[in-house]
Design a protein around this ligand. Structure first.
Ligand code: MLT
Length: 309
């Protein structure tokens, strides 16, 4: 009998086609992930579950999934999956670490420009028929120091693009070797040094015990006056309350956030502050990236279900 896969989030149609072409019986129910009771009811019928971020694979879901062999995350972060429980049950968790890295890096760069030149506020003001030419004074990126926290796949692309913009790039990443840093043309620094020197700080680390609250109140207080902070990585890396206070006091000149401690974010201490650009977790939201991650996750899951590899 053909293995059965459920897609419970909005995944590109390309994934459905791949599963079908590989002889997998696929159910595409893109809104099911939001209904955890219904998901728990039906998950027992499937060998594979393909998701993005809306589906939360909890202990309860796994307890109802005796046939499940593989969970495929079309994207990078697997923090919406109870991985300990999955591993206890012998369910493999796979992600697609490369499919959306360029798109996410580009979003971080776009957010840096947006906050440097107050583009969203200037756009809203112009749409409103005001012509506030003198209100929106920005800063140049050329010659500024960009502090990159996490210089892996996405952070590495951000470093490359920022160097192209003639920024000085300094990076804090305990896994970044001296040789690699040299090749990338970035200066490897300790976190304290980065906080003191950076004009812009951008985060590109996963949310783990080590990185949670890495920009804590205490660390934010060590930053240079006038710093601008960009987070397109994960909510919970920055103390949002402390950052909001520092934006109000003027110590931090601006922030651009795509991710929030609580998502979906309908309320947040950063909302409605001047010089704060917010987007609703759009880091991976391009047609190219969504096509890439959907194709990759479908191929990987099919390989595993059909050959165990
Ligand atoms: C990811 O982990 O791949 C990104 O945060 C994108 C997403 O969750 O949709």
């Amino acid at each position: 009998m053909a293995p059965k896969v459920l897609i419970s989030d909005k995944l590109s149609d390309a994934a459905v086609q791949i599963f079908r072409d590989r002889g997998i019986d696929v159910d595409f129910q893109p809104d099911l992930g939001k209904d955890k009771d219904k998901l728990a009811e039906v998950i027992g019928n499937y060998d594979g579950l393909a998701i993005r971020s809306a589906t939360k694979v909890t202990e309860k879901i796994l307890a109802n999934a005796p046939n499940l062999k593989v969970i495929g995350r079309a994207g990078i972060g697997t923090d919406n999956i109870d991985k300990d429980e999955a591993s206890k049950k012998g369910v493999i968790v796979m992600n697609t670490p490369f499919g959306n890295m360029i798109t996410t890096a580009e979003h971080a760069i776009a957010m840096m420009f947006a906050v440097a030149r107050q583009i969203p506020e200037a756009s809203a003001s112009t749409h409103a028929g005001k012509w506030e030419k003198s209100k929106f004074m920005g800063v140049e990126l050329t010659g500024k120091t960009l502090g990159v926290i996490g210089a892996g796949n996405i952070g590495g692309i951000v470093c490359d693009r920022a160097r192209g913009l003639k920024m000085k790039v300094i990076a804090y990443d305990p896994f970044l070797g001296d040789e690699k840093a040299k090749k990338m043309g970035v200066e490897k620094v300790e976190l304290e040094d980065l906080l003191k020197r950076a004009d812009f700080i951008t985060l590109h680390v996963p949310y783990t015990e080590q990185t949670a609250n890495i920009l804590s109140r205490e660390n934010l207080a060590k930053t240079k006056k006038g710093v601008r902070i960009i987070n397109c990585a994960r909510g919970g890396l920055v103390d949002e309350e402390a950052l909001a206070e520092m934006l109000k006091s003027g110590h931090v000149a601006g922030a651009a956030f795509d991710v929030f401690a609580e998502e979906p974010a309908t309320e947040n201490p950063l909302f409605n502050l001047p010089n704060v650009v917010c987007t609703p977790h759009l880091g991976a939201a391009t047609t190219e990236a969504q096509e890439n991650v959907a194709l990759q996750v479908a191929e990987q899951m099919s390989d595993y279900l059909l050959t165990g590899a």
